[in-house]
Design a binder for this molecule. Structure first.
Ligand SMILES: [Zn+2]
Length: 439
């Protein structure tokens, strides 16, 4: 064994990650009560296992960061949110369409100013990291500069982020109106997609704000760049669904509009999916498209209750999105809290282990990124968070008498928020650390 400084680093804590979906497998998760996560100099996972088994394999001098008493799990993945809406979170309006008119469009209009876009991107990404979110699929505005701002800020933090320019060319104010010309999106794809950890997301806002010409051009763009993300909204509320029926009377359903224009495929993420029928859920599964369930947003706007059991029955990919600014929190833990309650109102039950799966490996699978992020497979990118089960007096009191892992995770999901994220690492590098509370 040489005395050269080790190029590895290691982290000691309880470890939790997933190999499979707990809804469909009894052996879905790995748990190491006294675990060790080993990361190489390139920021990739070398090993994850029991401390006693791995400690002796470390080269001499390998630094070990001791997070004993905490839980390390993969960084959360938020599959649906809008970075320009950071400044309008918690804005009151009776429903989606008035909310768009009153708050969303004017707020997004401010992103014509690149300096505003850059400042907001910095705040936005730091807020994600404070909440333990290391990857997100992000809507920018129609302004190409807003995408540059987001990806520049993301590259500075070495984050795996998907983002794209919003496409809309009707039913929106003139100052946000786009055309069916895809050159700006294509330029952004060539500039950013696959550069470092950036992934481009082709982003038609939703069917009502695109002409048929723009939807057709968007579908062609998606075919030309088949490994990009596609992201849009579908079947969020009833008024919107009725509007889509008027605008596209020839299509069987709202979702069929996207299918018709070639926008359903692996790496296509559909926000909300509340008012889908069984045929839609099957279509989602058959095309490898994925659902971004956004419970805080759905409750805030009164949009409706997503039916996880029906999505599961169809075998559709599901993940969690905060949908800020209609969502009311950047915290995936708070999003789990509301997802749990929505499931109860639909007569089903969502265990904490399943919710942690949805926020990590489930989301990675939704984005076709298994093996890259979402768990601690050897070679995966070392994006992880340190959860503190004693982050608040109430959490400490509750988790002290938790009898099982499920109870501890459930308490974190129901009582936790950004305070429960003790630290966040991206590609093995510390990108957020919360001050320890006084004892
Ligand atoms: Zn949204």
């Amino acid at each position: 064994m040489s005395n050269a400084p080790s190029t590895l680093q290691a982290f000691r804590a309880s470890l939790l990650h997933f190999h499979a979906d707990p809804a469909f497998s009894d052996a879905a998760h790995a748990w190491h009560a006294d675990g060790l996560l080993v990361v190489d100099a390139a920021g990739r996972i070398v090993a994850a296992g029991d401390y006693a088994a791995l400690e002796g394999t470390l080269p001499f001098g390998t630094p070990v960061t001791d997070w004993s008493g905490k839980i390390i799990c993969p960084g959360f993945i938020d599959t649906h949110l809008h970075f320009p809406q950071t400044d309008m979170i918690a804005s009151p309006a009776p429903g989606l369409l008035p909310w768009l008119e009153t708050y969303t469009f004017p707020t997004e209009g401010r992103f014509a100013d690149p300096a505003h876009a850059r400042a907001t991107a910095d705040f936005f990404l730091d807020e994600l990291l404070r909440n333990g979110t290391t990857t997100a699929s992000v809507y920018c505005t129609v302004h190409a500069d807003s995408v540059d701002a987001l990806f520049e800020a993301s590259a500075a933090r070495n984050l795996r982020m998907a983002a794209g320019k919003v496409l809309m060319d009707r039913h929106c104010p003139d100052f946000l109106r786009d055309t069916a010309d895809m050159r700006a999106s294509e330029d952004l794809i060539r500039r950013w997609h696959g550069k470092g950890r950036a992934m481009y997301a082709i982003t038609p806002r939703f069917a009502p704000t695109s002409t048929e010409a723009q939807l057709a051009a968007t579908g062609e763009l998606a075919r030309a760049f088949p490994d990009t993300i596609i992201q849009t909204h579908v079947a969020e509320n009833r008024d919107e669904c009725a509007w889509v029926r008027e605008l596209f009377p020839q299509q069987r359903s709202y979702l069929s509009v996207y299918e018709h224009y070639g926008l359903m495929r692996p790496r296509a993420l559909f926000g909300h999916c509340i008012w889908l029928d069984d045929e839609d859920f099957r279509l989602m599964a058959d095309t490898g498209s994925a659902i971004a369930h956004c419970p805080t947003s759905n409750l805030f706007l009164g949009s409706g209750l997503f039916d996880m059991a029906r999505a599961d029955a169809a075998g559709a990919l599901v993940s969690l999105g905060t949908d800020v600014g209609a969502g009311t929190s950047f915290s995936i833990l708070q999003t789990m809290n509301e997802a749990y309650k929505v499931a109860r109102l639909k007569g089903s039950y969502l265990p904490a282990l399943r919710m942690f799966y949805l926020a990590t490996l489930g989301a990675a699978r939704s984005m076709q990124l298994e093996g890259t992020i979402g768990n601690f497979a050897a070679g995966a990118e070392a994006d992880f968070i340190v959860l503190d089960p004693k982050a608040t007096p109430l959490l400490a009191r509750r988790t002290a008498n938790a009898g099982t892992l499920e109870e501890t995770l459930f308490a974190l999901a129901l009582l936790g928020d950004d305070r429960a994220i003790r630290a966040t690492y991206a590609a093995g590098r510390l990108v957020h650390e919360r001050e320890e509370l006084p004892a």
